[in-house]
Design a protein around this ligand. Structure first.
Ligand code: PLP
Length: 385
């Protein structure tokens, strides 16, 4: 029996690092996890209690494919509050994390062989999901000068039917400026490219307000999730907003591909949005983590770091260590117990000389990690003389 060509996608190297980290922990070593991109806190207790109470009186069978209406309404209300946009709840489709939203959107808007423009470095699943659907990622190597975001030139020269941007982005935490965002959308529209905006890190912004693609174009496809700002990572809950004329197309696909997102997770999401829990204190924590990393990492060999605008990632050049990033990351893990991610996951061409730090951990963990890395760097310098 053979496997399909389209299933031949790249593995996540970060998983290998996580495995090695787990092995070290089993041996009694202390590991600081700066490799995984998820908040360290979980769902608010009050919402969990409400879910538990509901589960005692409700069978929690399938919901409708588009998601429970009250949750769709609450999500539409987020757009009013955050961006002053009126979104018809009929345009909001609930999904199993943003990951399922990508499958729905790519399937709904593109045909086999279609190309979609994405920037590298970027979130690795974009290209891998596209490939598994027999679509073609058009990978554009973005530059430090463009703050690792797609520029107008890349859109102008693109042969793709669609474009996907993330702002703030994984692995850099860098966001498109309002005018850049507007120009990209206008240019994509002129070229009749479907514009997809991954806004999963909205809410985690250190420099003011987030910019939503719908502020410039009501036809943009916007994807978001409960995994990051709302810390519901493992509950697998996300959403996508499409123009109302496409809701039915996505509904039919969602019915067949997924039946519905987890009913329990949808209720939890609803209880979280109905509650008075505020997640903004996490933004403060991530910002102080970012500031400390920005002050210290350049002193210990990590270069070309642009200050993240949001999310909880920072991307650094490690060419100064004269080592492949995967080899370096494994060495750092073994010698210091600090786990970070090699750039290979995010950039097929240049990932050998970059790494990503995730700073979703506690401030004390960041301090500890930096102390360990500082000590390690001193011995590293001595041994490489
Ligand atoms: C940029 C980006 N988009 C999408 C996802 C997928 O998130 P989820 O499926 O948990 O919503 C991630 C996960 O880290 C991400 O970094």
């Amino acid at each position: 029996m053979k496997t399909s060509l389209r299933s031949d996608v790249d593995p996540f190297l970060v998983m290998d690092i996580m495995q090695e980290a787990a092995l070290l922990e089993r041996q009694g070593r202390s590991v600081i996890h700066m490799e995984v991109g998820q908040p360290s806190s979980g769902a608010p207790k009050e919402a969990l209690q409400q879910l538990y109470d509901r589960s005692l009186v409700d069978t929690l069978g399938y919901s409708v494919a588009l998601g429970i209406p009250q949750l769709r309404e609450k999500i539409a209300a987020i757009y009013k509050k955050r961006y002053k946009l009126r979104i018809d709840p009929q345009r909001v489709i609930i999904t199993s994390g943003s990951s399922a939203a990508f499958i729905l959107v790519f399937t709904a808007f593109f045909d086999v062989g279609d190309k979609i423009l994405i920037g590298e470095p970027g979130y690795p699943s974009y290209k891998n999901i596209l490939k598994s659907l027999n679509l073609k990622p058009e990978l554009h190597s973005t530059t430090l000068k463009d703050r690792f975001q797609l520029n107008l030139e890349s859109v102008l020269h693109s042969e793709s039917s669609g474009i996907l941007v993330a702002s703030p982005a994984n692995p850099t935490g860098l966001a498109l400026r309002r005018n850049e965002f507007k120009s990209l959308i206008e240019c994509a529209n002129k070229k009749k490219m479907t514009f997809i905006s991954d806004e999963i890190y909205h809410g985690l912004n250190f420099n003011g307000s987030d910019v939503c693609a719908l502020e410039f174009d009501d036809n943009a496809i916007v994807i978001n999730s409960f995994s990051k700002y709302f810390s519901l990572t493992g509950w697998r809950l996300g959403w996508v907003i499409v123009p109302s004329s496409f809701t039915r197309t996505l509904e039919k696909l969602a019915q067949n591909l997924f039946i519905c997102p987890s009913h329990a997770s949808q209720l939890l999401g609803l209880f979280v949005l109905n509650s008075s829990v505020n997640f903004d204190h996490k933004v403060e924590q991530y910002k102080s983590n970012r500031d400390l990393l920005m002050r210290t990492l350049p002193k210990i060999g990590f270069k070309d770091i642009l200050e993240p605008d949001g999310a909880f990632y920072l991307y650094a050049d490690v060419s100064a260590f004269k080592k492949d990033s995967l080899v370096l990351v494994k060495q750092i893990l073994r010698q210091t117990g600090v786990a970070i991610t090699p750039g290979y996951d995010f950039d097929t061409k240049r990932g050998h000389k970059t790494v990503r730090f995730s700073f979703a951990c506690s401030h004390a963990d960041v301090e500890d990690a930096l102390n360990r890395l500082t000590d390690w760097y001193q011995t590293y310098q001595v041994s490489s003389v």
